[in-house]
Design a protein around this ligand. Structure first.
Ligand code: HEM
Length: 466
């Protein structure tokens, strides 16, 4: 075990909080995670604030978070601005809808994300990763790559292949270009809350998005028509969405609904996973002892072969490591705010109708009352014997309750399969000791990328070195 005091201060630690200049504040830098929330949120159960848009309660205590997200979920729908934001960008997909329409889509789509379906995507995930590594294999040993950018390319190819089978490969460039040009959250502000004004702003955005997505929409529409006509469609996510039927009503999704869900899944499911992978490489590089434990488990269980779905259960340390990466650097550090539809009690505290509830995996997963030394990277926190009695929402990188991430199981499997495939052949070292800065725009990424040096591993060399 290494000297505990030798652990590095990680980016985003409270101890690492930057001082913001007046210009920074005017430019809205405080609005971004992780610095936008009051410090007290990291040690108080909750913090109340009056703001321009009304009262806000920032929740830090996982038991109170469960009250809002799970136990009383019906009383705390997503705030309208959040829904508007996502529906302007991706139409009527799960992230941008609510009420009966959301229930219908979620029920209909659930089977495409159940354990059996997710297991079916594993060969494509591992296969894409092997294919991706061929490019690294052609680089001289010690080459420097931007790990964040590389992981984005890899997860894009995985989601394209999982969604569109072989046709996905041909669409990658078009998808990447379209997603790159999608406006970011800075495009949304208080004007989007003003009566009447918001409608004009939404209409203008919808026109812009329709133009941006036209080429991709054309390709998706062609594929949907071809699949509907095919007697033997490939077994991918698109086929599952087209074939999906609401178990209560028997109704399926229309072509437009399938399109909106396809775009939503691309947006929700690729940068998040890429971000998780980038932070995993960063944390492994900073913690050689844990990297050695990962390599030992992979070498012992897989011995150099490509991992499959059945191997995941035999990689308990890899799983703990992934859980700890997602705790320290949740790819979606904040979540959509909820709004109280009727008066309620939060413990002993009354909540008025219209109060905004702010919940953030980042805060709960670093909360002082829940976690011992929260800013230390320690995968063994997730050993079963050390997890007993921990509140259910102490970690919630995928949210919780009815609106929990539909792709949670798919994402965890994907991260484990990528890690297990890549780490058998490569170790990634940081090129510089300079502090990594954070950039938050829905996901929390290393600002300016993550330059890392590729070091080839062979099993024998690794065993000798470790
Ligand atoms: C590490 C990877 C991922 C993380 C950390 C993540 C995180 C989240 C979180 C926190 C939410 C809930 C937001 C809220 O309640 O405000 C969410 C929702 C969602 N995620 Fe993920 N996600 C990941 C991967 C994926 C993948 C791979 C897919 C699809 C293939 C996906 C699809 C979705 C969808 C469609 C929703 C909306 C669900 C609904 O409202 O019913 N996500 N995700």
């Amino acid at each position: 075990m290494p000297d505990r005091d030798a652990y590095p201060i990680l980016p985003g630690a409270l101890a690492d909080k930057p001082t913001l200049s007046l210009t920074d504040r005017l430019r809205g830098r405080r609005l971004r995670m992780p610095w936008s929330v009051p410090d007290a949120m990291f040690h108080e159960p909750f913090v109340r604030r009056k703001t321009l848009i009304g009262e806000m309660i920032f929740i830090g205590d996982p038991v109170l978070a469960k009250h809002v997200l799970v136990d009383k979920a019906a009383n705390y729908p997503k705030a309208p601005l959040e829904l508007r934001m996502f529906s302007a960008l991706f139409g009527q997909g799960l992230l941008g809808i609510d009420g009966d329409l959301w229930r219908k889509h979620r029920r209909t789509m659930a089977p495409a994300f159940d354990p059996r379906s997710v297991a079916g995507y594993a060969p494509a995930m591992a296969g894409c990763t092997e294919h991706f590594l061929q490019r690294w294999d052609e680089l001289p040993d010690g080459s420097v790559v931007d790990a964040a950018e590389e992981m984005t390319a890899l997860t894009l190819s995985i989601i394209a292949r999982t969604m569109f089978h072989e046709a996905g490969q041909g669409l990658e460039t078009l998808i990447a270009r379209t997603l790159d040009d999608t406006p970011d959250l800075a495009d949304f502000n208080l004007l989007d809350l003003l009566p009447v004004v918001w409608k004009f702003r939404m209409a203008a955005r919808e026109t812009r998005m329709a133009a941006l997505f036209r080429p991709l929409d054309g390709a998706i529409a062609e594929m949907i028509t071809a699949r509907e006509a095919s007697a033997d469609p490939p077994d991918d996510l698109l086929s599952r969405l087209i074939a999906a039927r609401d178990e209560t009503t028997g109704a399926g999704l229309s072509a437009r609904e399938v399109r909106d869900e396809v775009i939503t899944i691309f947006m929700a499911g690729h940068e998040t996973t890429a971000t998780a992978m980038a932070w995993a490489w960063f944390l492994l590089a900073k913690h050689p002892h844990e990297a050695a434990r990962l390599h030992a488990e992979l070498d012992q269980v897989l011995g150099g072969r490509t991992p499959g779905q059945a191997d995941i259960a035999s990689l308990p340390f890899t799983r703990r490591l992934v859980d700890e990466c997602l705790r320290l650097f949740p790819p979606a550090p904040g979540m959509s705010a909820r709004i109280a539809a009727a008066p309620d009690m939060l413990g002993e505290t009354p909540v008025k109708t219209g109060t905004y509830m702010v919940l953030a995996p980042w805060v709960q997963q670093r909360h002082r009352q829940t976690w011992d030394e929260p800013e230390r990277f320690e995968p063994d926190r997730f050993l079963p014997e050390r997890s007993e009695g921990r509140p259910r929402l102490a970690t919630m990188p995928f949210g919780a309750g009815p609106r929990v991430c539909i792709g949670q199981m798919l994402a965890v499997n994907e991260i484990i399969l990528i890690l297990a495939t890549v780490a058998q052949h490569y170790a990634l070292d940081l090129v510089s000791d300079a502090p990594v800065k954070l950039h938050h725009n829905v996901t929390l990424r290393p600002r300016g990328g993550l330059p890392m040096r590729l070091r080839r591993r062979t099993r024998a060399a690794a065993l000798a070195a470790e």
